[in-house]
Structures are given as structure tokens and as C-alpha cells.
Design a protein around this ligand. Structure first.
Ligand SMILES: [Fe+2]
Length: 321
């Protein structure tokens, strides 16, 4: 039988939490180790918690700012004369959403944006351009016109020339933030500055013409156009008749929608309902429910997303109970 003194001594031993030896944590830090049992912030959570927020950019604003930039920025000085759509979250200086970046670009008549290639995949969505505006992809000169989508897959040389007499405005979309996170960035300027043209293909498979995109959207609702060509970026032309409403449940992919025709209303928290017109862009980060409605007879949008990257990595197969 235990004495009272023995019981007191045992309970004292049990309730006193053991402590780390003197200097243990300093020693860990010196060896670049961190105690997983005392993380300052959790590193996993039950469902996606996007850091990026829904945001809208207006073509009219960007176009006016690009026009003003012509007075002091030439393609000689800058790799590209463009305005990046930077998601308005703390400390962000570049991405438009987690894995993608978008930028409005202007090439004036007579200007050439020099050729380069990079590991990021890219595409451009032509908003306004006159005749004789070209993108050169791996030596192939491709005409571009308003409403077209031109693809430049990873490591393809590309440059742009405006030999016409109207300014050319387009939106570039790239997977640069994804490539940066994966740390597989490569970039090279063309040794001849402007890549020599070896052939002229108005119907290049890299070019998706406005008429085809509009027809695909009208007839099928959603028309997938970059499948197989861009491994990380999904591009879809979406058609919406007046009164029709598309509702999307939270998903893991990040989306950038551009209105190409008509007026469209997006509803997404915390923005509420916002109306977009031609050339306007809305970023809808992952795990946001949203709705799209057409306010015009027939609206057309281009959706650019990281869906193929998510699918390839297997994360689209994860489902919650
Ligand atoms: Fe580029």
C-alpha cells in the first residue's frame, strides 16, 4: 500500500510536462530543422483555400493606358509593351491567378516585338488589329485578326509584327507563375532578334479564327481549342444565348474569362454581380462558386484555365465525401 507521500510524488511526476533539453530548439534551427509538432501555421487544410481573389480588368482602361505609354515606351526598350493584370492581393507583383498571368499588349503600326522562346506556354487573344498584323511562330508567319486565338506552345520561337496602319491590341496569357513555382524556367532571345520568316500560313494550326470560335461556341455551347497543343493551359470558346445562365460549383482550377462579344454578367463573391463587355477580363480563382449570364442576344467568351495542368497532375480526381 502506498503512503500519502508516495502518491503525492507520483502524481507530481505524471502532471509535469517533460521539457526539451536546454538549447534543443536553437540547435535544430542551426541545422535547418523545424519541429513538425510545433508548426507556426498549418500546412494542410480540408479543402482549397485560395489566396488569390476574384478581380476584373477593363479593356477601355488598359487601352487608354497603353496609348499613353506609347509616348515613352518603345518595343526597342521593352521586351513587350504590355500591362500585366496583377491580382490585387497583398505582396503580389505579377500573377493574375495562382498559375496564370494575363497582360494587355499594344503593337503600333510599323513596330516589331522581337522573337524569343521560353518554357512557359502562351496564347494571345486578338482584340483589335488591322490587316497585315502577324505573329511568327517557329518561322511561320501567321496572320492575326480580331477575335482570333493564336497559340505559342512551350519553347516555340515567337515574335510579332504590325505592318499595317492600325494599332494592334491583344491579351497574352501564359503559365509563367506555374513554371516559376515548378522552377523549370528557360528563356532565350532569338539570335537574329527577329526570327526570319520561312513560310506564310494564314491557316496555321496555331491560329484559331474568330468565325470558327464563334460557330463552335454557338453550336456546342463550349468549344475546346487548345487540347493537346498546350499541356498546361485550357482554352475554350463559350457561347451564351440571352437569358441562359451557367452556374459553376467550386472547382480546383483557376479561370480567366474574357468577353469577346456581347455583354455578360458574372456573379461571384465577394464582387457580387459585375457586368463585362468586349475585352474585359475577370479572374475567378479556384474554389469559388460563380454564375455567368448573357445580357446580349448571343455572347461569346474565352475561358483560359489551368485545368489541363490540374488534370495531368491527378488533382482533379480528388473528391470530397
Ligand atoms: Fe513570349
Amino acid at each position: 500500500m502506498q503512503t500519502n507521500e508516495q502518491e503525492t510524488a507520483m502524481s507530481h511526476t505524471v502532471t509535469q510536462a517533460p521539457t526539451a533539453p536546454e538549447g534543443y530548439f536553437d540547435d535544430l534551427q542551426a541545422r535547418a530543422l523545424s519541429p513538425g509538432w510545433a508548426k507556426k501555421t498549418p500546412q494542410m487544410w480540408p479543402a482549397p483555400r485560395p489566396r488569390f481573389v476574384p478581380a476584373v480588368w477593363r479593356y477601355a482602361d488598359a487601352r487608354a493606358a497603353l496609348d499613353a505609354a506609347c509616348a515613352f515606351v518603345s518595343p526597342e526598350q521593352a521586351e513587350r509593351r504590355n500591362l500585366i493584370m496583377v491580382d490585387p492581393i497583398a505582396d503580389n507583383i505579377y500573377p493574375t491567378c495562382r498559375n496564370l498571368v494575363a497582360a494587355y499588349q499594344l503593337v503600333l503600326p510599323g513596330e516589331t516585338a522581337r522573337s524569343h522562346r521560353h518554357s512557359p506556354n502562351a496564347l494571345r487573344l486578338i482584340l483589335d488589329a488591322g490587316e497585315r498584323t502577324f505573329t511568327i511562330v517557329n518561322g511561320v508567319q501567321i496572320d492575326v485578326a480580331p477575335g482570333d486565338v493564336v497559340l505559342t506552345p512551350s519553347w516555340h520561337w515567337h515574335g510579332h509584327s504590325n505592318f499595317g496602319d492600325e494599332p494592334a491590341f491583344w491579351i497574352d496569357f501564359l503559365d509563367v507563375p506555374l513554371v516559376q513555382n515548378l522552377e523549370c524556367m528557360f528563356f532565350e532571345d532569338h539570335p537574329q532578334r527577329n526570327e526570319p520568316v520561312t513560310s506564310h500560313e494564314p491557316d496555321s494550326p496555331m491560329r484559331h479564327k474568330r468565325a470558327d470560335l464563334e460557330r463552335g461556341a454557338r453550336e456546342h455551347g463550349t468549344f475546346d481549342l487548345a487540347a493537346e497543343c498546350l499541356k498546361t493551359i485550357g482554352v475554350q470558346s463559350i457561347g451564351l444565348a440571352r437569358g441562359s445562365r451557367k452556374e459553376a460549383r467550386p472547382r480546383i482550377d483557376n479561370n480567366l474569362y474574357t468577353v469577346m462579344n456581347g455583354r455578360v454578367r458574372f456573379t461571384v463573391e465577394p464582387l457580387g454581380a459585375v457586368e463585362l463587355t468586349r475585352g474585359d477580363v475577370i479572374a475567378i480563382p479556384c474554389w469559388h462558386a460563380f454564375a455567368i449570364e448573357s445580357l446580349s442576344e448571343q455572347a461569346q467568351l474565352i475561358r483560359v484555365s489551368d485545368e489541363p495542368a490540374m488534370r495531368a497532375l491527378g488533382f482533379r480526381d480528388v473528391t470530397l465525401p
